[in-house]
Design a protein. Structure first.
Length: 92
């Protein structure tokens, strides 16, 4: 006897999108070697699935992601804080 679960299409798409988001984040995280190193803004944005630098900086200040600014324009973010943010904000 087999059982099936009926999931509404909208919920199924939402679940698939969440899985894709986590998968991309894990892929990007695996590219960096250690959890305590600083990563570039571009890598941090890829991990979090963001496209706008202002959104990334707002998330950093609002969610306690440590960052540094080098030369007035080059932001770097602490890799372990990005991982913690993903863990805390994942809905799965």
């Amino acid at each position: 006897m087999s059982s099936f679960v009926n999931i509404p299409t909208s919920e199924w798409r939402k679940l698939c999108n969440e899985i894709a988001f986590i998968k991309e984040g894990l892929k990007a995280l695996s590219m960096s070697s250690t959890s305590n190193e600083w990563i570039s803004e571009a890598v941090a944005m890829e991990i979090l699935g963001l496209k706008d630098k202002r959104t990334m900086r707002k998330k950093a200040t609002d969610n306690h992601i440590n960052f540094t600014c080098q030369g007035g324009r080059k932001y770097k973010y602490l890799n372990k804080d990005i991982k913690n943010y993903l863990r805390q904000n994942s809905t799965l």
